[in-house]
Design a binder for this molecule. Structure first.
Ligand code: URA
Length: 247
């Protein structure tokens, strides 16, 4: 059976479907030695390659991992500046994985890694509206009006953010994470369904309360809980589905 090239590349763990489409458009994918086009298909017996490197057309075993990403780690597969990447955090895994979406260099928390392109697509495509929960420590204490503005949507780089959830958490004597601040601060629980670049930081900035530290604690119904910083674990089948759950 012939399958679309971007799906084959995602199944083979080369890249997410969207990134695979970019590779095809860039002319880096060949089928039987001929440069492929978007919309092209291949099947068993075809020689599929990216940048001349053969790609196995058979389905690999699917792997799903949760990582507690520390601050100071980049969410890329390789880094031109030789910084620690999230792949270094899961170096024991031999299969080729890629991160599902990204967390900023200075954001910590729940990051998923997989070789399942379809699952990645379901989690990252805006149409699926997967809820991402963050705990942000911000400068100052937002007023009720500022929180209302935050919830209703803000203009960021010419585009309005979707409605979201935000609440101030009561102060707790738990261990702080990330940088420490001088002066008053507030701890916010923020739930957004989008994934724009540095979105939470930009939203907090827009209401006049810049982020001091940021941690993602849940994706869909899947929670980071007490997985230690820098550690990873495999997800159970139930958890793989839980990420896509609506609450
Ligand atoms: N929003 C941000 O600002 N940073 C992240 O890392 C994730 C969401």
């Amino acid at each position: 059976m012939e399958i679309r090239l971007q799906k084959l590349l995602a199944n083979a763990g080369v890249a997410s479907r969207r990134k695979a489409e970019e590779l095809i458009v860039a002319g880096r994918v060949t089928v039987n030695g001929v440069v492929a086009e978007l919309g092209g298909k291949a099947g068993p017996g075809d020689a599929l390659a990216v940048d001349g490197q053969p790609v196995a057309v058979d389905e690999p075993q699917k792997i799903y991992i949760m990582l507690h990403k520390p601050e100071g780690v980049v969410t890329t597969v390789t880094d031109p500046f030789n910084r620690t990447t999230v792949m270094d955090c899961v170096s024991e895994i031999e299969e080729r994985l890629f991160p599902v979406g990204r967390l900023d260099y200075d954001t910590s928390g729940l990051l998923l890694l997989t070789n399942d392109g379809d699952w990645t697509n379901s989690l990252t495509h805006p149409r699926h509206e997967v809820r991402k929960t963050y705990i942000a420590v911000v400068k100052g204490v937002p007023t009720a009006d500022e929180l209302r503005t935050f919830r209703q949507g803000l203009e960021i780089e010419g585009r309005r953010t979707s409605r979201c959830e935000v609440e101030i958490l009561p102060p707790k004597h738990d261990k702080p994470f990330g940088k420490q601040a001088t002066g008053p601060t507030a701890k916010l629980r923020i739930i957004i369904k989008e994934g724009r670049n540095r979105q939470v930081r930009k939203m907090c900035e827009a209401i006049g309360h810049p982020v001091i530290s940021l941690k993602r604690v849940a994706i869909g119904g899947l929670r980071l809980d007490n997985l230690p910083r820098g550690k990873w674990r495999h997800l159970t089948i139930q958890e793989v589905k839980l990420c896509l759950a609506k609450s």
